[in-house]
Design a binder for this molecule. Structure first.
Ligand SMILES: [Zn+2]
Length: 431
């Protein structure tokens, strides 16, 4: 019998058959799902009454920089390059490990409340981001950001390798370490080749930004005679598991290449809209069989960590832009936020309520007026639900939030520390 039993809810399995079970049950033991089916009458195990709620896999934030919560709403309404160069990087120059810790805990608070159980992160002081996420009870895929243009670049790579090796030597069931070369325009080919070699040797995926802006493509053609994705292929990036944020500007052959190489494409619609970068060809990527997930990007370019909102935007945006209401259905949007996103970050046993999958799941209260009359739970979740409807969260079978009470974090303390850290950083950047 299962250790933990979530009984009586509407179970949205997100499995291949797209099953929805009314009065269903999900059982978990040893961090994995061990039962999905009708509610069982036995009284054994720890039983959680989920009547009136939807049970679904935890949402996956496939691309973020969690600690950038400290820079939420700090620099808005600017294009990417001046935004990075004149606003973000000068603040980040003052980041201390403890800033990243509190920024990531703040992000964790927000993500737990929004039903995000797993975040694929790239940021400075990755060991602190990882620690903060694990202490919050979340599943973390951390990577230290690597820039190849600085005097300290070689030291950064050594540190990243040490962090990866330390993680591999002492595995944690909720930590999935990655390498994080920032982007082709900040990581020259020779440096990227070293990262690829380190990743290949350790069978560790690479998390990178690709083809985010038209300028990036223009510069790649000027420097290498080919656009970004084609160039990355020639450099050998796709010979290792690659998880690529953005992929907004793709030639048709590049789109096919990403699908053929099963590169994880981490669509970040809000960030791309806000920074004026463009709109990813999501319907074409899905039609080509690409592996796609949804990311918020950092809150400095979003400005929240709400994956349900990203799912809704993915479902709406392409319908409007292409004047085709059949594109990116509610089902597809919810899959992008769960199992497709998990696949896109290299975690194929996550994101479905299926026996043997990791026991990361959330409950959503269906009793609010905006979810009534409740005739189509998937449409309700994508088009009508709010992050605040999430009531419960379990990660690896362990409770993180019950009845909207977060069990792992001291919210007032985290908010106070995050405010203090943000104020210090902004003061230093201004001086
Ligand atoms: Zn990003």
């Amino acid at each position: 019998m299962s250790d933990l039993r979530l009984v009586g809810g509407t179970v949205v399995c997100l499995d291949a058959a797209r099953r929805i079970l009314l009065n269903g049950e999900v059982g978990c033991s040893a961090g994995r799902i061990d039962y999905v089916g009708p509610a069982r009458p036995e009284a054994a195990g720890s039983i959680v009454d989920c009547r009136g709620k939807a049970l679904l896999p935890g949402l996956v934030n496939a691309h973020t920089h969690a600690a950038m919560t400290l820079l939420r709403s700090y620099a808005d309404d600017m294009p990417l390059q001046p935004w990075l160069e004149t606003r973000i990087w000068p603040v980040e120059a003052h980041l201390r490990p403890e800033d990243v810790y509190w920024g990531t805990q703040l992000a964790a608070l927000e993500m737990v409340r929004a039903g995000v159980t797993c975040f694929h992160d790239m940021y400075w002081h990755a060991p602190e981001a990882s620690r903060a996420g694990l202490e919050a009870g979340l599943r973390v895929a951390p990577s230290g950001v690597l820039i190849g243009l600085l005097p300290t670049s070689d030291a950064m790579l050594s540190e990243a390798i040490d962090f990866v090796d330390a993680c591999l030597a002492a595995p944690h069931p909720r930590r999935h370490v990655r390498f994080g070369p920032h982007a082709p325009y900040t990581v020259p080919d020779a440096y990227l080749e070293k990262v690829i070699a380190a990743a290949a040797e350790r069978h560790v995926p690479v998390h990178i930004h690709l083809a985010e802006t038209a300028k990036e493509i223009h510069d790649s053609i000027a420097a290498h005679g080919e656009p970004t994705v084609r160039h990355m292929h020639r450099v050998g990036l796709f010979e290792v598991t690659t998880c690529a944020a953005h992929c907004v500007h793709l030639e048709p052959d590049e789109l096919e290449l990403l699908a053929a190489k099963q590169v994880g494409v981490l669509a970040s619609h809000t960030s791309n809209l806000k920074l004026g970068c463009g709109i990813i060809a999501l319907p074409d990527l899905l039609a080509a069989g690409a592996v796609v997930g949804l990311g918020t990007d950092g809150t400095a370019s979003n400005n929240n960590l709400d994956i349900l909102e990203e799912a809704r935007l993915a479902a709406l945006l392409h319908k409007g832009v292409r004047r085709d209401a059949t594109l990116v259905t509610a089902w597809e949007a919810l899959e992008l936020a769960t199992w497709r996103g998990a696949q896109a970050i290299g975690l194929p046993d996550l994101g479905r309520l299926t026996v043997g999958y990791r026991a990361d799941l959330i409950a959503v209260d269906l009793s609010a007026p905006h979810l009534c009359p409740g005739t189509n739970v998937v449409s309700d979740l994508v088009y009508a639900a709010q992050a605040s409807d999430v009531t419960d969260m379990y990660v690896g079978g362990a409770p993180v939030m019950r009845d909207r009470q977060i069990l792992t974090l001291d919210q007032p303390a985290v908010l106070a520390k995050a405010r203090e850290a943000a104020q210090r950083l902004i003061r230093l950047a201004a001086s």
